[in-house]
Design a protein around this ligand. Structure first.
Ligand SMILES: [Zn+2]
Length: 225
């Protein structure tokens, strides 16, 4: 059976619980009961943007589709591949929700300092610092995306080499990403903050500014071990 809707549950609860993968999402569910069907057809709750009746998804991973992005019909729930997923009865679209892909470039200078950007007012966690990174566009090569983000945020041109770190970022439960950190080699450009970065600079690993993300912290910690 599906878990009850979590409408009205405080947002803080979702934030606190965001790292816990619900065992319920892995249960093998049978066909929806008539009650489940009725509930998903008539979601009588106060958060119409939340996913109607998705097992484990509403409060832990907010931001799921409510309406079909292909044809615009309200999505129902369907068990596909052992999990309950938003699905469209009109056009057979099933929302297999996947993480986005973020790509970062790690640049080090001759004395071992690392290049960081200070995040601007429109970025996640403004005012804090992070390794230059951004979302890979759909269809864009992952290394090209990494180099593009580096150029946009720092003004530097780099060749993008091998991955040096991979991690899942869950700091925003509505926008989970898989991050790939690539080793980069600067080949040109002029250092200048741009795009959604407001400052950029080289930092010794033992004199870092406040960092925005645990994943950057973990990678940098691995460098000094
Ligand atoms: Zn549809």
């Amino acid at each position: 059976m599906l878990t009850p809707l979590a409408a009205g549950r405080p947002r803080e609860a979702a934030a606190i619980r965001r790292f816990r993968f619900s065992a319920g999402t892995e249960r093998h569910l049978g066909s929806m009961s008539s009650n489940d069907e009725a509930r998903t057809m008539h979601p009588n709750h106060s958060h119409p943007t939340q996913d109607p009746g998705r097992d484990g998804g509403t409060d832990e991973w907010p931001g799921a589709f409510t309406f079909c992005p292909i044809c615009g019909q309200r999505l129902m729930s369907r068990v596909v591949g052992g999990k309950t997923r938003p699905a469209c009865a009109a056009c057979d679209f099933v929302h297999f929700r996947n993480p986005g892909v973020g790509a970062a470039v790690v640049l080090r200078d001759g004395s071992g300092r690392i290049l960081l950007v200070r995040r601007g007012p429109n970025a996640t966690r403004p005012g804090l610092w992070s390794i230059p990174a951004g979302f890979v566009d759909y269809g864009e090569d992952v290394r090209a995306g990494a180099a593009r983000e580096l150029l946009e945020e720092t003004g530097l041109l780099a060749t993008v080499g091998e991955p040096v770190w991979v991690a899942t970022n869950t700091h925003d439960p509505a926008k989970v990403t898989v991050g790939i950190w690539f080793a980069g080699t600067q080949v040109g450009g002029v250092l200048a903050a741009g795009d959604d970065a407001v400052d950029v600079g080289w930092f010794n690993l033992d004199e870092l500014p406040p960092l925005a993300f645990d994943t950057d912290k973990a990678y940098i910690a691995s460098l000094v071990e």
